[in-house]
Ligand binder design. Structure first.
Ligand SMILES: N[C@@H](CCC(=O)N[C@@H](CS)C(=O)NCC(=O)O)C(=O)O
Length: 118
């Protein structure tokens, strides 16, 4: 079972690499504005998780630079569990004006990013 999951993960990563989406281009000024928003975001993920790949691809299509943390690493996994509430990826940590939110569900994250970072 582990082998099959591992293999599927490699296939997903390979396909993602081959069919890397085009990154949206913005003017330097526009990109700066969007970067100022996304610098408060952290995406907790597993590299080969299909739902995480989906979010990373959507972020790339939108030209967003989002810091990622590998939730396989025990320290990040613990943070996700303690502060987010459960170990499920992808999870977007959103820090805004002394408020921290933990957003689960790939579709919800993509929708949020599309609205927040037009
Ligand atoms: N419906 C969720 C599914 C996310 C999901 O199933 N993530 C898996 C990894 S692919 C997970 O976090 N499993 C818990 C674990 O591995 O501990 C989404 O769209 O984000």
């Amino acid at each position: 079972m582990f082998i099959i999951r591992w293999l599927l993960g490699r296939i997903i990563l390979l396909l993602n690499f081959i069919f890397t989406p085009k990154k949206r281009q913005r003017s330097a000024e526009e990109q700066q504005k969007v970067d100022a928003i996304t610098q408060n975001f952290t995406l907790f993920e597993y590299k080969a998780c299909p739902f995480c790949v989906k979010v990373r691809r959507a972020a790339r299509r939108q030209g967003l630079n989002i810091n990622t943390l590998d939730a396989k690493q025990p320290e990040h996994k613990q943070t996700l569990l303690n502060e987010g509430g459960k170990v499920q990826v992808p999870c977007l940590r959103i820090e805004e004006e002394n408020d921290v939110r933990w957003m689960y569900e790939s579709s919800a994250i993509i929708e949020y990013l599309n609205i927040r970072c037009k």
